[in-house]
Design a protein around this ligand. Structure first.
Ligand code: C2E
Ligand code: MG
Ligand code: MG
Ligand code: MG
Length: 297
């Protein structure tokens, strides 16, 4: 009895493993083709200055325009890309595309000269020995100024090998590129390390922002206060991620948090939407009213 139950259990496990394996393989094959067929697209979400509401940068966010599946969000393909190594070619494509787009926008709208594009880097890319050279090549090819590029990395990617990270980030930063720590507060970064890292911006994870106006625990707000104060003490800028409600914006403004990103301001948008409707040709300012909801992810 017991033996046969154990056997069934094993078989079920094997079946699950097999199905997962098969799914990853299928996705990998599909993604390889998708890269060749240029099925990936970038959407851009503005990061705004909380003081004036102006757009300070655009975060590039990958989507897969998969035939027969619609618009696939990154949560469904970035992990597979990381697992299979496809993140390297995909990441290179993202970097090149984002820089090309920003360079084009700046040429068309001179008022965007101080605007930058933020590109997410995965840990795997961070370990790529050719990363630095590739970045320089992309900047040269697209004519984008290094000051118009920001790279987003997460704490865990940095903390995996702190000494190497300090060295590599330092070199990248010397080029004039700004370094942002994404999802700050969710990883295991040691606060004692923070001042040693050559970084410029902390992106406060949206879980903290979410709790600002919903949590009944006062310490949840105290933690955000402390993070913002710490960042400012270290001369780092802060971007609050996932700002959805006015109460959150008001709380963050009181803390002098300078930048915010979230559905309250803008959703991620395809570049056509930014180009066609929202950038004013003469001033380069974004004309889109805050609060506009867009049919995007
Ligand atoms: P992330 O870098 O933290 O990007 C922010 C995510 O939060 C985006 O999800 C964005 O759409 C979402 N978001 C922005 N404002 C709000 C809000 O007010 N409320 C809520 N609920 N969500 C908001 P998205 O585009 O689905 O991307 C998810 C993650 O996938 C990104 O998180 C990033 O880690 C990864 N990712 C996206 N594109 C790339 C890429 O090109 N390369 C790499 N390595 N990772 C990427
Ligand atoms: Mg990001
Ligand atoms: Mg990220
Ligand atoms: Mg984030």
């Amino acid at each position: 009895e017991a033996k046969s139950a154990g056997g069934d259990c094993c078989k079920m496990f094997e079946k699950r493993m097999y199905r997962r394996f098969k799914r990853v393989l299928e996705l990998e094959t599909a993604m390889r083709k998708a890269l060749e067929n240029e099925e990936f697209v970038l959407h851009y979400q503005p990061i705004v200055s909380m003081k004036c509401g102006g757009v300070s940068s655009f975060e590039a966010l990958a989507r897969w325009q998969r035939k027969g599946f619609g618009l696939t969000p990154p949560a469904e393909f970035i992990p597979v890309a990381e697992e299979t190594g496809l993140i390297l070619p995909l990441g290179r494509w993202v970097l090149a595309k984002a820089c090309e787009q920003m360079s084009l926008w700046q040429k068309t709208y001179p008022a965007l000269a101080d605007c930058s594009v933020c590109v997410n880097l995965s840990g795997r890319q961070f370990k790529d020995p050719d990363l630095e050279e590739h970045i320089m090549q992309v900047l040269q090819d697209t004519g984008l100024s290094p000051k118009s590029l920001k790279l987003e990395i997460t704490e865990n990617e940095v903390m995996h090998n702190p000494e190497r990270a300090i060295e590599l980030l330092g070199r990248i930063r010397k080029l004039g590129i700004k370094i942002m720590v994404d999802d700050f507060g969710t990883g295991y970064s040691s606060l004692s390390y923070l001042h040693r890292f050559p970084i410029d911006v902390l992106k406060l994870d949206r879980n903290f922002v979410d709790r600002l106006d919903t949590s009944t625990v006062p310490s949840d707000r105290k933690i955000v206060e402390a993070i913002v104060a710490l960042a400012h003490g270290l001369n780092l800028e802060v971007v609050a991620e996932g700002v959805e409600r006015v109460a959150q914006r008001e709380f963050l403004a009181k803390l002098n948090c300078q930048f915010a990103q979230g559905f309250l301001y803008y959703r991620p948008m395809p570049p056509e939407m930014i180009r066609e409707g929202y950038l004013d040709k003469s001033s380069g300012k974004i004309l889109m009213p805050p609060n506009t909801h867009h049919p995007s992810l």
